[in-house]
Design a protein. Structure first.
Lengths: 373, 155, 362, 161
């Protein structure tokens, strides 16, 4: 029954609980209006807009370099990939040829961002399920990556390291040694994640069979990224339409078929191993060359429509730019992975308990500014 | 299927569509169609076995000076080809188009967002409300003629 | 008895003689009760502060961090500062809360843990209440605490606290069963319910060693059910932060919240004290039958240290549970109790009774 | 009978995974050397930020109080958030006798700056740089509006935009 009917129907036993917008497990300002019947959930209705800054309106008055900076504030955990999406779109519009060095460095840092985002996800998922220690272990490993970012471009999270035509700085001299050090460290620590959480029987009971998402539903709801791949739908943009240096790296696209919370969890854990393989294949042979292509100070795209999608840690981020030749684009639309993943939340959480809703939400890994834009 | 086969396939459909000739080849094959028979074309594209566009990955609203547009970016997860369906809505004051929620469940939030920011009403949409802004917000922010002295900072 | 030198009853009877010489019969009893009350009040607050400090430090070291370091040397004054802060905080109450019940709930919980701590045998002669039905008394008293939680949840008129309270009601009621049954397996061995006699019977070896396998199973079940009884560890569904913000004590602040917080830690101390008394021989030093020289050395350590050492060992294990495992869901919690702990417990008692019958225990 | 066997197998398997998990935390409590906390205010003197760290925008002045900003407003245009505000004036230059646009005040609103580093490459004469200071907490908002060029500072000779 919709919210209105339940409110004025006398005999219904259901009552409403507001989960959010200020709530420990919504990771941001998302308000879920739960219709509860005792502990079981009959309807989940997300209310959005608490952090809506209308980035798309701002893009219509900004220059292209400034749009790249705006995407940092969308999915703040995969900043580099968001910037890369806009830069690739602008470079495609200008038909610019990008030096090989830039492509390889962009792919390495994208994979590092994916690793840091999955580490934070793992820590926060543990905290949501009650194992607070995993939060500290996740952040301890993530600290090494953010130090590398701080060394390369000066900012730890919202990096803005990409500019249309290449990179803002060249990588520092000790970049390769630091990344190798991190990989050696993390190859020892990742099995600890499994030991602490994955094989834990309490964790298994809490996640197996919870929040099933079939493959047809995943495609129809447009649930991309690790959450979609856990339902057996291989939607990895790095494989379908490789960009930057992904075509010269071989890596496995991890898909499971059960589509429950445990499958989504396992996809992300295995993806961390894959990201490390990718970095290891690229870190030793970064080609020489300049780190940015000369572009004009004021970039004017010709009158075209460009759509560029990129595989972020949460799914497919698409950038649609419709430019009419002026300094700033006529219309920019960001296809946010979070919006469609959230759309599928109701069908997964219906019938489960409140504790299941928390498990499902942490396995689809929502980042609210990415949804609200 | 290559673009040319796709184009011929669509022309063979009973629905009246047109293909804009642009000097430089656009990234995806773009079909222009009027608002009335958008739903028919998209359901045909989805159910037809050789095209089988079963994944709507982006639905965008654009506001042009004299007409509105709703773009549907469709991709087939099996044949891995893409297409853009451009639905033109001529009436800018009260734009109405059919919702594709019955074909793609992801359209629910995309359409609510377009309604919220552009004011395009969608028929038989399950629950058409504003997605981000409050329900009593007047005006549609992403329209070009939207004016708001407080929030919009002209650089 | 080598360790008579540490017998506290010498001290208590001398105070008794002193008071008798000064006052009449009834006033002696009253002053003694007041003295015992004051002693337990200070014990409560000191225990609360020490346990909270230990919990924060142990949790920090589990998570590779230092924990409170700034207030006082190595952060020792941190909990004192917290207590003062809670004293100064304004006790809020939601407008539509049920005022009388809202204020009554914390006191019920504190009273129930006060009455339970009275029966705990700290050392030889240092026991406020040595009833001959000691074990039965403690399990009965610890079930009053759940009434306080339910009243708190209902009275604060907040949906989250109501859900939290109902959850913890179901949890404590069902886990009392396993606590009682696992203690019962040891009572089968000792034959008496009186704490001092139970400790006495462990003179030449603790029950966990002499009762070998079934006693160890009972000890593991007691640990699991004990953590569930005090709403801690993987069973802290009542105040599950990630689901119900802070569960039944969401609306409480200031001194009332301090009562809830203190009661949780003292309950943990009581459960581990009972565990130490039943399974690890209370204040009885570690003896191995014939090795008299070894026994003499053990007797030099005063019984109070033996008791505190064992209790804090069990507290450390409970903290280890809390900081490693994720939380159970409410239905898994109940299936764990009714489908796993209870059957194992019943079979365990049967085996123990059979062993005692055949005399196979040491 | 089979049900009892996998009941026991399930219980023993479950306990084994629990103990496996406790081994991880047990390892970390028994190795206090691996504690990674940095006690921030106490380690302030040994703490050194990376040289590319973006703390705030600063304008370096050399020893005789000269800077390199010609007031060309390239950074103001490049900044997405309107953080930089340049107040310049046409002052008579003694040698050439012509009126020349020189900078009076380089107003920098720190509260609006998002440290995106777009202004630094935009400056033709490399007048501004990203500083390493990150302690920006102040009690009064007006302190966040800073003037980067020092009071009597002049443009360094030979710097042409």
């Amino acid at each position: 029954m919709s919210v209105k009917e339940v409110q004025n129907s006398k005999e219904s036993q259901e009552y409403f609980v507001n989960m959010g917008p200020q709530h420990p497990s919504t990771h941001g300002v998302l308000r879920l209006l739960l219709t509860l019947d005792g502990e079981t959930i009959t309807n989940v209705e997300p209310h959005l807009g608490y952090i809506h800054r209308s980035i798309e309106k701002m893009c219509e008055r900004d220059s292209y370099q400034q749009i790249v900076h705006l995407t940092d504030r969308m999915d703040y955990l995969s900043c580099h990939m968001n910037n890369e999406a806009v830069c690739l779109a602008v470079e495609k519009g200008l038909e610019m040829e990008i030096p090989e060095r830039v492509k390889v460095i962009r792919t390495i840092i994208s994979e590092l961002t994916r690793l840091s985002s999955h580490q934070l996800w793992w820590g926060v998922m543990g905290m949501d399920l009650g194992a607070i220690t995993s939060f500290l272990y996740g952040f301890r490993d993530r600290e090494m990556i953010t130090d590398i970012f701080e060394e390369t471009c000066g900012a730890r999270l919202t990096m803005n390291y990409n500019i249309p035509g290449g990179l803002m700085f060249d990588i520092p001299s000790n970049f390769q040694t630091k990344v190798k050090e991190f990989i050696i460290h993390f190859r020892k620590k990742l099995p600890e994640y499994d030991q602490l959480m994955t094989n834990n029987i309490i964790f298994r009971n809490r996640t197996e069979g919870v929040g099933i998402l079939t493959k047809e539903d995943a495609i129809s709801y447009g649930v991309t990224g690790p959450s979609g791949r856990a339902s057996g739908w291989n939607n990895d943009i790095r494989k379908i339409k490789p960009y930057s240096a992904y075509d010269r790296v071989e890596f496995k696209e991890i898909t499971y078929t059960k589509g429950d919370s445990f499958a989504r969890y396992k996809v992300r854990i295995d993806e961390m191993w894959e990201s490390m393989n990718i970095i290891e294949q690229l870190i030793d042979n970064i080609p020489e060359g300049n780190y940015k292509e000369k572009t004009r100070v004021v970039i004017k795209l010709p009158k075209t429509e460009i759509y560029q999608s990129v595989e972020t840690a949460r799914g497919e981020l698409g950038v649609y730019i419709n430019s009419d030749g002026k300094k700033s684009p006529y219309r920019v639309k960001f296809r946010s992975p979070g919006l469609s993943n959230l759309n599928a939340l109701n069908s997964m959480a219906k019938g489960g308990k409140i504790a299941d809703l928390v498990t499902i939400m942490s396995t689809i890994d929502l980042v609210i500014p990415d949804i609200d834009r | 299927m290559t673009r040319q086969e796709l184009q011929n396939k669509i022309l063979s459909f009973p629905i009246e569509t047109s293909f804009a000739e642009t000097e430089v080849e656009t990234q995806y094959l773009t079909t222009d169609v009027s608002a009335k028979n958008t739903h028919a074309l998209i359901s045909e594209l989805k159910n037809n076995s050789d095209t089988y566009f079963d994944y709507l990955f982006c639905q965008t609203g654009i506001d042009f000076p004299e007409h509105m547009e709703v773009l549907f970016h469709l991709r087939s997860t099996t044949h891995l080809h893409e297409i853009v369906v451009r639905a033109k809505i001529d009436d800018r004051e009260n734009p109405i188009i059919d919702s594709v929620y019955d074909l793609y469940k992801t359209a629910e939030y995309h359409e609510r967002e377009i309604f919220d920011l552009f004011g395009v009403k969608f028929n038989n949409h399950p629950d058409l409300r504003r997605l981000f802004l409050d329900d009593d917000w007047e005006g549609y922010p992403l329209r070009k003629d939207y004016v708001d002295e407080i929030n919009i900072v002209e650089l | 008895m080598k360790f008579d030198i540490y017998d506290f009853s010498v001290l208590t009877s001398s105070i008794h003689e002193l008071l008798r010489s000064v006052m009449g019969e009834t006033s002696v009893m009253i002053t003694e009760m007041v003295i015992v009350g004051i002693v337990f009040l200070t014990l409560f607050s000191v225990l609360g502060l020490v346990l909270i400090y230990i919990e924060r430090k142990v949790c920090a070291f589990f998570q590779q961090r230092l924990g409170p370091m700034r207030v006082g040397f190595w952060g020792t004054a941190q909990t004192v500062a917290d207590a003062i802060k809670l004293l100064l905080k304004e006790p809020l109450m939601t407008k539509s809360a049920d005022k009388f019940l809202f204020n009554l709930a914390p006191f019920i919980i504190i009273i129930s843990s006060f009455m339970a701590i009275a029966a705990v045998p700290f050392a030889l002669g240092l026991q406020a209440l040595d009833l001959n039905i000691g074990v039965f008394y403690v399990t009965a008293i610890s079930s009053i605490g759940v009434a306080g939680i339910l009243i708190a949840g209902w009275a604060s008129n907040n949906k989250y606290s109501l859900i939290g309270a109902i959850r913890s009601g179901a949890q404590i009621v069902s886990y009392e069963l396993s606590v009682g049954l696992s203690i019962l397996t040891i009572v089968v061995l000792t034959g008496s319910l009186q704490f001092s006699e139970i400790i006495e019977s462990q003179r030449d070896g603790w029950w966990i060693f002499r009762g070998h396998i079934p006693a160890f199973i009972a000890f593991v079940i007691f640990l699991i059910a004990g953590t569930a009884e005090t709403n801690r560890g993987p069973f802290d569904l009542a105040e599950a932060e990630s689901e119900l913000t802070a569960g039944f004590h969401t609306e409480y602040s200031g001194m009332k919240f301090a009562f809830f917080f203190l009661a949780e830690f003292v309950n943990m101390f009581i459960i581990s004290a009972i565990g130490a008394t039943m399974f690890l021989g209370g204040w009885m030093p570690l003896h191995f039958g014939e090795l008299t020289s070894f026994n003499e050395i053990m007797d030099f350590i005063p019984p109070l240290f033996w008791f505190l050492g064992k209790t804090f060992f069990i507290i450390f294990i409970m903290m280890w549970f809390k900081w490693t495992f994720p939380r159970l869901r409410i239905d898994q919690l109940l299936t764990l109790e009714w489908k796993y702990l209870l059957p194992i417990n019943l079979i365990n008692i049967l085996i123990m009774a059979f062993i005692v019958l055949m005399g196979w225990h040491f | 009978m089979k049900a009892i066997i996998n009941y026991i197998k399930e219980v023993v398997g479950g306990i084994k995974t629990l103990i496996n998990g406790m081994k991880v935390t047990g390892y970390y409590i028994s190795h206090p050397k691996e504690i990674i906390t940095q006690q921030y205010p106490e380690n302030k003197d040994t703490l050194k930020m990376m040289d590319r760290f973006r703390g705030e925008v600063i304008m370096p002045h050399d020893e005789n109080n000269e800077h390199a900003c010609t007031g060309c407003e390239a950074c103001e245009i490049a900044c997405p958030n309107g953080t930089i505000e340049i107040i310049s004036d046409r002052i008579l230059n003694e040698e050439t006798g012509k009126k020349k646009k020189t900078i009076v005040k380089f107003v920098y609103h720190l509260q609006m700056c998002t440290m995106c580093n777009l202004c630094i490459p935009a400056c033709p004469t490399d007048a501004i740089k990203m500083g390493q200071n990150f302690e920006h907490a102040v009690f009064d908002r007006s302190k966040l509006t800073k003037v980067l060029n020092k009071p009597e500072s002049k443009l360094r000779a030979g710097v042409e935009d």
